[in-house]
Write a protein that binds this ligand. Structure first.
Ligand SMILES: [Zn+2]
Length: 193
């Protein structure tokens, strides 16, 4: 649509310039040429083309402006649109003592937050923690037994995506999503330290 509008504008501008040249030449011939009767007949059609082209160009500019507005407002389909944080998420981010998980996972979540691990409340009793789990140390310090479990083999959403990792509670559908050991960004803290 925008391409069509652009081409139409270009053609109109070319017609306007061409007709304008013809009109100027015609007037020049009429004023100076010896055979003025033949040249006079060119002035009227040239003038008509100039006027029509000028009107067309004005209309085209209006159409191009109207076409440009929605094109600029539309968003590329592949750009992710993140919802704004909920009041619960904002409260969680503001208060490092606030806990989002169930009673079984809260001791771990509390210690993660106290240790300065980056944490976000996702939804319900689901939290994300920006850390790699040291499973042997975790098992020494916390009770990792039913209904609490750790897994680092949650299939990714897309082909080629690394498996996800989390601490979960089967009784309360609560979890702490953590960094999977197969893809650890530089600087990721280890928990427990
Ligand atoms: Zn639980």
């Amino acid at each position: 649509m925008r391409e069509l509008v652009r081409v139409r504008g270009l053609l109109l501008a070319m017609a306007l310039v061409g007709a304008g040249f013809a009109l100027i030449l015609s007037v020049g011939f009429a004023l100076n040429g010896p055979d003025s009767s033949r040249v006079d007949s060119l002035i009227a059609p040239s003038a008509v083309i100039v006027v029509l082209s000028a009107i067309g160009l004005v209309l085209h500019i209006g159409a191009a402006k109207r076409a440009a507005v929605p094109a600029r407002a539309s968003r590329p389909l592949d750009s992710p649109v993140l919802p704004p944080p909920s009041p619960d998420q904002l409260a969680y981010a503001a208060d490092p003592m606030m806990l989002g998980t169930c009673v079984h996972l809260q001791p771990i979540e509390r210690d993660m937050r106290l240790a300065g691990v980056g944490t976000q409340l996702s939804y319900g009793q689901v939290v994300f923690a920006d850390c790699l789990i040291d499973l042997p140390v975790l098992r020494q310090r916390y009770r990792i037994a039913e209904p609490v479990f750790y897994t680092d083999s949650i299939p990714g959403d897309h082909p080629g995506e690394p498996d996800g990792a989390m601490l979960g509670c089967r009784a309360h559908r609560s979890s702490i999503g953590v960094t999977p050991p197969t893809s650890v960004p530089p600087g990721t803290p280890v928990f427990p330290a």
